[in-house]
Design a protein around this ligand. Structure first.
Ligand SMILES: [Zn+2]
Length: 254
């Protein structure tokens, strides 16, 4: 995998955003791959509202976002209503985020986020465009990816080092189960994955995770049995081969 954009592609463009779009799209087409099956990515020819690439083999769709220097937790989305209906119909494309070095147009970080990690709580509505704007009344959105657990943000390039392709695909397989969950179940699963991530331990106890009871209660104020819910989620994660039960209230990550 080459890590540099090809600047010759940008010569005929004057705006910086167009230059970056052309160079980054060509870079993904030449160097990116489908994180589900490893096949080549193909660029959509038409200007589709959502989705810039699709997998030549499994047809998974990917949308590319480019950031200067570092990845952002708040990502510019398209139209708010379109995003919400994609979430409701389970057709959100996977996100590919590039953070590029502005000095030499090289890729610093390249991260893939499965589309099924997006829920409505992550979509923030922007103010509608003013009456005077060309698209008056159009309402865009911001995607706040800070509550997506790190298992849902898979690095393909990290700090200019290329991650082994098999390990990238393996990381994706680990959380594939989230894709079959409904909105509420998904919210809980992501919260528990985030708690496990905060602990930063490979082996932890039930008491460790009960330590997040107040935080989880504040996120789910109508739930009156947080501890039972935690245990249920841990069982779910065991059934999905994410965790191993060691006995005596101890758990290990797979
Ligand atoms: Zn594929």
């Amino acid at each position: 995998m080459r890590l540099h954009f090809d600047p010759s592609l940008a010569e005929n463009y004057s705006s910086v955003s167009q230059k970056i779009r052309v160079m980054s799209e060509a870079w993904v087409a030449g160097n990116g791959y489908c994180v589900y099956c490893g096949s080549r990515l193909v660029h959509f020819k038409n200007n589709k509202p959502v989705g810039d690439f699709y997998c030549s083999s499994c047809k998974a769709e990917f949308e590319l976002k480019c950031h200067r220097e570092k990845l952002n937790e708040r990502i510019q989305g398209g139209a708010y209503d379109a995003m919400v209906s994609k979430i409701e119909s389970g057709t959100v494309p996977n996100l590919l985020c590039i953070a590029y070095d502005t000095k030499d147009y090289s890729v610093k970080n390249f991260v893939a986020i499965p589309g099924y990690f997006f829920s409505k709580t992550l979509v923030l509505k922007r103010k509608p465009l003013k009456e005077t704007a060309r698209r008056a009344g159009w309402t865009g959105c911001i995607l706040d990816i800070s509550s997506i657990p790190s298992d849902g943000k898979v690095y393909i390039v990290k700090d200019k080092a290329v991650i082994d392709k098999n390990s990238v695909i393996g990381s994706f397989m680990k959380t594939l189960f989230v894709g079959s969950m409904d909105e509420n179940t998904k919210g809980w699963a992501c919260d528990i994955l985030k708690c496990i991530e905060f602990m930063g331990k490979n082996i932890f106890s039930l008491d460790d995770i009960y330590g997040f009871e107040q935080l989880l209660q504040s996120r789910h104020p109508r739930n009156s049995a947080i501890r039972a819910k935690i245990r249920q989620q841990l069982q779910m994660l065991r059934d999905k081969n994410y965790l191993v039960f060691l006995g005596n209230g101890m758990y290990r990550l797979r």
